[in-house]
Ligand binder design. Structure first.
Ligand SMILES: C[S@@+](CC[C@H](N)C(=O)[O-])C[C@H]1O[C@@H](n2cnc3c(N)ncnc32)[C@H](O)[C@@H]1O
Length: 226
């Protein structure tokens, strides 16, 4: 969910050089392989929270036909300056509309940003924007992350996930969610089948602690005709 604070924080982070020195995540290779294997590379996909292009640019360079959006106008401007032809706009995932459902949705490190909303509405919006049989790519914060910044716990879910409010650092004031595996399964098992099973990537920080991201690729089950 969009919040003015999140927008300001992200604009500032991108002005300060966020991701300028970072390579795409390795998961991009799996995404390209799956989309190509499913013969969807020429069909329209959507990448909400595309940022300034760290992963979006390699995906379109690999031939994927993607639209993107982001709440940060600084991120969108930076992406456009690198790839003027990219179809990206400033916008909020949760209010995004499409004339025709997308064949695939790529969500990389977006679904932790709940701010004042709920994780359920992010998955509901995904189902709404995705066509029957469409692919859902998810990379999101894991509960096994060692949270380095000062924070307070806002909510613990029954499946073992955690929402926190940052009290310092780049995301000060923002609410961020860390998912358990059971939580991702319970949010997706009814409507999706598994293409790439849930796995974790451990990303070491320079202070010896680590950040952890879940990664999975799912397929939306065809809806029964009533
Ligand atoms: C952790 S960054 C990841 C950026 C990009 N996906 C990447 O992997 O390089 C999260 C991004 O989501 C954007 N964002 C946060 N909430 C959003 C929302 N509700 N709708 C669209 N973008 C959002 C932020 O501005 C930021 O660019």
């Amino acid at each position: 969910m969009k919040s003015n604070l999140a927008m300001t924080n992200w604009d500032r982070a991108y002005k300060d050089g966020k991701y300028d020195q970072e390579k795409p995540v390795k998961f991009v290779e799996d995404i390209v392989n799956v989309i190509t294997k499913e013969k969807l590379q020429n069909k329209l996909g959507f990448y909400p929270g595309c940022g300034n292009g760290r992963n979006f640019i390699p995906l379109i360079d690999a031939g994927l036909k993607l639209e993107g959006n982001d709440i940060s106008s600084v991120a969108v401007d930076q992406l456009k300056s690198k790839r003027p032809e990219a179809v990206v706009s400033v916008g909020d995932f949760l209010t995004h509309k499409t004339a025709k459902p997308y064949k695939y949705i790529i969500s990389l490190q977006l679904f932790q940003h709940t701010n004042n909303g709920s994780i359920e509405e992010l998955f509901k919006k995904t189902r709404e924007l995705l066509s029957s049989g469409g692919i859902f790519v998810l990379r999101v914060n894991s509960i096994h992350t060692q949270i380095a910044e000062k924070h307070k716990v806002i909510k613990e879910t029954k499946e073992g996930g955690l929402s926190i409010g940052y009290e310092s650092g780049q995301k000060k004031g923002q609410t961020i969610h860390f998912y358990s595996a059971e939580e991702i399964h319970s949010l997706t098992r009814k409507d999706f089948s598994i293409i790439l099973p849930l796995r974790e990537e451990f990303i070491p920080r320079s202070d010896g602690t680590y950040w952890v991201q879940w990664e999975t690729i799912l397929e939306k089950r065809p809806q029964p005709v009533l």
